[in-house]
Write a protein that binds this ligand. Structure first.
Ligand code: AMP
Length: 569
């Protein structure tokens, strides 16, 4: 539930999806107005708001400005007197929450007893406690009091941000302005700083525009109709370039001229919040907009310039807080968690390694987000570039899998095996694969981002890939064993050759003959066309054992020479 200063909203998680609920008239937003009639009846929402003109002293609006404050603590003076009405701010808020509860109960056709309620980030303990009390008075168990900017960030899906990523939430509503800087820590948002003005919002711009119109039309600026007209003109100018009112043309430029000083007031608060959070605008990972006034193109442009980053406008700014509260409620109730965690890798992700084999880095069915890496080296001497092919699939051979991308990592040439290239795959919760290749010798990084493809694979293609991997499992496995044995053999053969030459007469003719025979067997299998992986593996193993004997002999020989040199033998 978003218990707002001007409007309040309610949502629920239905079948794993957060949705906001409408009242019987189809309105998802309920004015935060409560009218206490002479005859003792209480009306809430639009009906109450209509009473304001007739019955101002009995119609309570903007009670959020008073909740949890002691008398005299707020410099805001309402047009009503709560003690005359015999109610507390928490009781008034409870009426609004009761109304939201009944909207939810009507929509769901079942009893609603638990809620998450949002409050501004700057609310102190007393204000939070009073809000919780209001919930209880409305017959609700308050599962959590959630900060509005955090709720907004949840609605924008920013709970998937990495650790220490930072977000600015610019919230410009009808009567208040809030700026909050959040940081993701241990998987939850921390409010690093918050600033704002409880007397700054769209209403001020309506006033300024009403004065402008009054002057043009030579009417008194206090004309209430002008104020109402000003608001609708303002809203229209968010989409249209010009509009007309009683024969006067008003352009977006006119409005923007009036809005300039108004926006400049928000600038001071933003700079203050950034400085309190000890960060520069450039380091923000996301800037999000909340509040109806951020629909104005000028506000969006202003925010983009101020923070040096295009704001994220993917959510409805009037509904983001309520949506975030709903998401939080869903997470607490466990009805969203499964949905959030359902994302897994449909197919394995890896890179091609020596001999054209697939080396899996993130196996299929790994829950997102996921991170894994491995160290690779150069296969040939003096190679100065390593080509990394990023692959997806279940087949053993690189070429049978799908290539998602490739990167080239340059490194200083050196002997075989001297390069150290770390390859890290990190797959974020949105399925975007970030590949980082780091030459750990020179500490230089190469990055590649692969969007969508790592996760968005049509079901049929996944099925086909898995079916093929099973169908060809035997052949594939044979190819893998063959390739591995081949790589080993190609490494061993020259080593054996060298050892034999070096040792010369140190071993008997028979011993040398056995080793040569093993080497010949391996060579024959390598040159053959039937790719008998098992035979090659056995032959290579025998050659390897023989080389071990040679290696021991080489070592003994070296030791003897050394001792002899020192006159010990
Ligand atoms: P909120 O408190 O978030 O409901 O925001 C209400 C404020 O947003 C009021 O001042 C509205 O006049 C203003 N507002 C709503 N829609 C628009 C729009 N399309 N363009 C400009 N201002 C708007």
């Amino acid at each position: 539930m978003d218990l707002g200063t001007t409007n309040s909203l309610v949502g629920v998680v239905d079948s794993g999806f957060p949705i906001l609920l409408a009242d019987e008239n189809g309105n998802r937003s309920t004015p935060s107005a409560v009218c206490y009639d002479h005859n003792g009846s209480i009306q809430v929402g639009n009906i109450a708001l209509r009473q304001r003109a007739l019955n101002p002293s009995r119609t309570v609006t903007s009670v959020k400005r008073l909740i949890g404050r002691r008398g005299g603590e707020s410099d805001w003076r309402p047009h009503y007197n709560l003690s005359e009405l015999g109610v507390t701010p928490a009781e008034v808020s409870a009426e609004i929450l009761k109304r939201l509860k009944s909207i939810a109960e009507n929509a769901l056709e079942q009893n609603v007893s638990r809620a998450v309620i949002t409050v501004p980030a700057f609310f102190n303990d007393a204000q939070r406690a009073a809000t919780k009390k209001a919930g209880e008075l409305a017959g609700l168990t308050v599962e959590r009091i959630l900060s509005e900017p955090t709720a907004a960030a949840l609605a924008y899906g920013l709970d998937k941000l990495d650790e220490h990523q930072k977000v600015a939430v610019y919230d410009l509503g009808g009567g208040t302005f809030d700026i909050s800087i959040l940081e993701m820590r241990d998987g939850v948002f921390q409010v690093l700083a918050t600033a704002g003005d409880t007397q700054l919002g769209g209403d001020d711009l309506d006033q300024a525009l009403a004065c402008f119109l009054a002057e043009k039309l030579s009417r008194p600026a206090t004309d209430l109709h002008l104020l109402e007209a000003a608001e609708s003109i303002k809203k229209r100018l968010s989409t249209d370039d010009t509009t007309e009112f009683h024969g006067v043309t008003i352009t977006r430029g006119d409005l923007e001229k009036l809005a300039k000083p108004w926006l400049d007031r928000t600038r001071q608060h933003c700079l203050r919040a950034l400085s309190d959070a000890k960060i520069k605008p450039g380091v923000l990972d996301e800037v999000i907009l909340v509040g109806g006034s951020t629909r104005m193109p000028l506000v969006r442009q202003f925010v983009a310039e101020l923070f040096g980053k295009e704001p994220n406008t993917s959510q409805n700014p009037d509904e983001a807080i309520a949506l975030g509260a709903t998401i939080q409620a869903g997470i607490l109730a466990g009805s969203l968690r499964q949905v959030l965690l359902l994302d897994v890798t449909p197919l394995s992700l890896g890179i091609e390694t020596f001999g054209g084999l697939m080396n899996i880095i993130i196996p299929r069915n790994t829950t997102l987000p996921a991170k894994a890496g491995e160290m690779f080296t150069n296969a040939v001497a003096n190679q100065d570039i390593m080509l990394i092919r990023i692959l997806q699939g279940e087949r053993e051979l690189a070429n049978d899998n799908w290539e998602l991308g490739r990167i080239e990592v340059p490194f200083p040439g050196g002997p075989k095996g001297s390069a150290r290239v770390g390859v890290q795959f990190s797959l974020d919760a949105d399925g975007i694969l970030h590949v980082l290749a780091r030459d750990t010798v020179t500490n230089s990084d190469t990055n590649l981002e692969i969007r969508g493809t790592a996760i968005d694979v049509a079901d049929e293609r996944v099925e086909q890939m898995i079916a093929e991997s099973i169908e060809f499992a035997f052949d594939d496995m044979n190819e893998r064993i063959w390739t591995e044995a081949k790589l080993k053999a190609e490494e061993l053969l020259p080593a054996v050759e060298a050892a034999l030459t070096q040792l010369g007469d140190a071993i008997t003719a028979d011993e040398a003959q056995t080793v040569r025979q093993h080497a010949a067997n391996v060579r024959e299998l390598l040159d053959g066309t039937d790719h008998d992986a098992k035979a090659l593996k056995t032959a290579t193993q025998l050659l390897d054992d023989a080389t071990q004997t040679l290696a021991v002999l080489l070592l003994d020989r070296a030791m003897e020479e050394s001792l002899a040199r020192r006159g010990i033998l």
